[in-house]
Design a protein. Structure first.
Length: 256
């Protein structure tokens, strides 16, 4: 199932939209460096701002839209009824697509890391040594994967709705933006799945004001994963064919 889904990715141009959104996150951070607010920009600080933009504004919406689109295409292309004639249930089909979504998260994370490192080096920020570059690449990539787990329940619910990927993308954007408010509380930031993903990568852990509880962060994402599994296992979708509209019968008038 997963191998087949990977083959299908070749014809999905929306993947390039994900790459452009990863670039947009970096460009927004570059734009913020032009503000004359006295901030001293370094390579690690630039990477941290990209991670924050990914978590709170860009990535949850991006991955929910792309994964939801991949799921919804079976209904849009009217191929679901043909697939379900094979001895495979809709939950298994959905599971294969969600695993591919996780692989896409890693791919987009690597893409974001490449854009981030390239932009920081071109701007000449200090602190761009090899250990800092390696740490940035690992943190951004893992954060995208953890954010995908955090958004999985929304994707799984939207899969039950026709064209639900658009609704899921909007809900995921609000969900990710809520992380900005959750960050104001130490307890809430460890429980809220979006900010819990930051805790697992030790985001700004050097700051004495930042207190992460890795155990709470892990439980938060495990809870999101468990909820997603329940939604996938109970998912049902019929493969009924689209109803064709009968042409209207034209009544021919008699006489002149």
């Amino acid at each position: 199932m997963m191998k087949t889904e990977l083959w299908k990715l070749k014809r999905y141009h929306i993947i390039w939209a994900g790459v452009l959104l990863m670039l947009l996150s970096v460009l927004l951070t570059v734009f913020s460096t032009t503000a004359l607010d006295g901030t001293v920009w370094t390579f690690p600080f630039f990477a941290e701002q990209v991670i924050k933009n990914n978590a709170t504004t860009i990535f949850p919406m991006c991955i929910a839209l792309i994964t939801g689109y991949i799921i919804n295409r079976e209904g849009t292309d009217d191929t679901l009824k043909s697939i379900l004639t094979v001895p495979v249930s809709f939950p298994v089909l959905l599971f294969g697509k969600l695993v591919v979504g996780g692989l896409l998260s890693l791919f987009l994370g690597i893409t974001s890391a490449v854009f981030t490192v390239t932009a920081a080096l071109l701007l000449g920020f200090p602190g761009g040594e090899l250990p800092a570059i390696a740490q940035t690449a690992v943190q951004i990539t893992l954060n995208c994967l953890f954010l995908y787990v955090a958004v999985l329940p929304i994707i799984a619910i939207a899969a039950r709705i026709q064209n639900g990927h658009l609704i899921g993308a909007v809900v995921a954007f609000v969900y990710g933006y809520g992380g900005m408010f959750a960050a104001g509380s130490t307890t809430l930031s460890n429980i809220y799945p979006v900010t819990a993903s930051l805790g697992l990568i030790r985001y700004r852990s050097y700051d004495e004001a930042v207190h992460w509880n890795p155990l709470l962060c892990t439980f938060s994402l495990l809870a999101a994963l468990l909820v997603s599994v329940v939604f996938v296992r109970t998912a049902k979708k019929s493969a009924t064919a689209k109803r064709l509209k009968k042409p209207k019968q034209v009544i021919t008038k008699k006489g002149w």
